[in-house]
Every structure is written in C-alpha cells, then in structure tokens.
Write a protein that binds this ligand. Structure first.
Ligand SMILES: [Zn+2]
Length: 199
C-alpha cells in the first residue's frame, strides 16, 4: 500500500501499482511451497495456516499460539496497525507463550476480552492459567464475569462506575467476594456460582 498524505484529511492508502499489493516481485512470487507463494500464504487466515504448516514445527508452533489466543480469523499478513487494542494484546500474549522459558514475570492486561466471543474468552482464560502455571503473575483489569470469577484473587474497585467509583470495595477470593453484600461484583459472582452448581 502507498500512503498518500492529504492535508486536513486522514491519510489515504492506495494499492501499489508496481506489485498490485502483493508486496514482492515476480521472482520471489515464483517460489512456491505446496503450490502457494508468499502472497497466498500472507493472505491465509491463521486457522488455515495452522493446517497448512502442520508438518513444519518451527512455523506451526508459532501460529498455533496465535490460534490459541483466539486470533484464528486474522490473516498472516494483516498489518499490525489494523489490529484492535484487544487483538494487539493477544498477539503479545501469544509471543510470550511461544517464549517457552518465561517465568516470574508480571503481565498487566487492560480488558483483553473486548470483542471476544464466549468460546474465545474460555480459550483466553486457559492461556492466562498457563502463564500462571509457569510461575508468572497476571493482573487483568476486567468487567467480564468469566475472567473475574476464574481469578485466584479479586480486587473489587467501585462501588459504582465513573465518578461513583475509585474505591477498593473489597478484595479476596471469588468465594469471599460473593459473600460481600456491598459489592456489585460479589452479587454477580454469587449468581454465576449458583448457576454452575445447578448444572
Ligand atoms: Zn508494491
């Protein structure tokens, strides 16, 4: 893409005329693996790429972690500037997971579940637990109840949102928070815990 600066207007991106947006010259595009060239591969979704590269561990391990953090739908060549904040955080988490020797690190995440579907939230919780299992600490700022109730320790900030908030209402394990009558979060945890017991 070529950026065209427009005065007083947002920059406009036009497809490069020379390569027609394929990023590489003819010689490079002529090189193929399993009938696909680099342009075909960069246009592939992570989900498809995981199947395509299943026999090449070096590539597979890396893209599998992207799928594991719920990014199976992005394409390999997607420019990082077009990722949402939540997606960018998940890309970062996936590269941390790939560095297999991470330990004793504190991860601070700001609402990583924004825009995630239920199933992907479940995957994300699994991954955060993996980081914790490797002796890391994960601090998450969240409204998502599934993340909150899966935590080892909760600090409930409130009691209300915006101007009515900013105070520590209570802190403790999900079970302890559920017992606290002042805590809105507590009420929701109690409800979810009850529901889960009925199932
Ligand atoms: Zn070009």
């Amino acid at each position: 893409m070529i950026a065209v600066e427009m005065h007083f207007l947002p920059t406009v991106y036009v497809t490069c005329d020379l390569c027609k947006g394929k990023r590489y010259n003819k010689e490079v595009l002529g090189i193929k693996y399993k009938k696909k060239n680099i342009y075909d591969i960069l246009s592939m979704s992570v989900e498809d790429a995981v199947k395509f590269f299943k026999d090449i561990p070096n590539v597979y391990d890396r893209i599998k972690t992207l799928e594991d953090v719920g990014l199976g739908y992005i394409t390999l060549g997607q420019p990082s500037t077009t990722l949402s904040g939540g997606e960018a955080q998940r890309v970062k988490i996936s590269s941390e997971l790939y560095r297999k020797n991470t330990t004793k690190t504190v991860y601070l995440l700001d609402e990583p579940t924004v825009g995630l579907h239920y199933e992907d939230v479940r995957k994300l919780i699994e991954i955060l637990n993996k980081l914790v299992d490797r002796e890391n600490s994960v601090i998450v700022i969240e409204h998502n109840m599934d993340i909150i109730k899966s935590s080892d320790y909760i600090v409930d900030v409130g009691p209300e949102g915006g101007d009515g908030g900013g105070k520590v209402v209570c802190s403790g394990t999900p079970e302890q928070i559920a017992q606290n009558k002042e805590s809105h979060t507590g009420k929701f945890i109690k409800r979810t815990l009850k529901k889960e017991k009925n199932i």
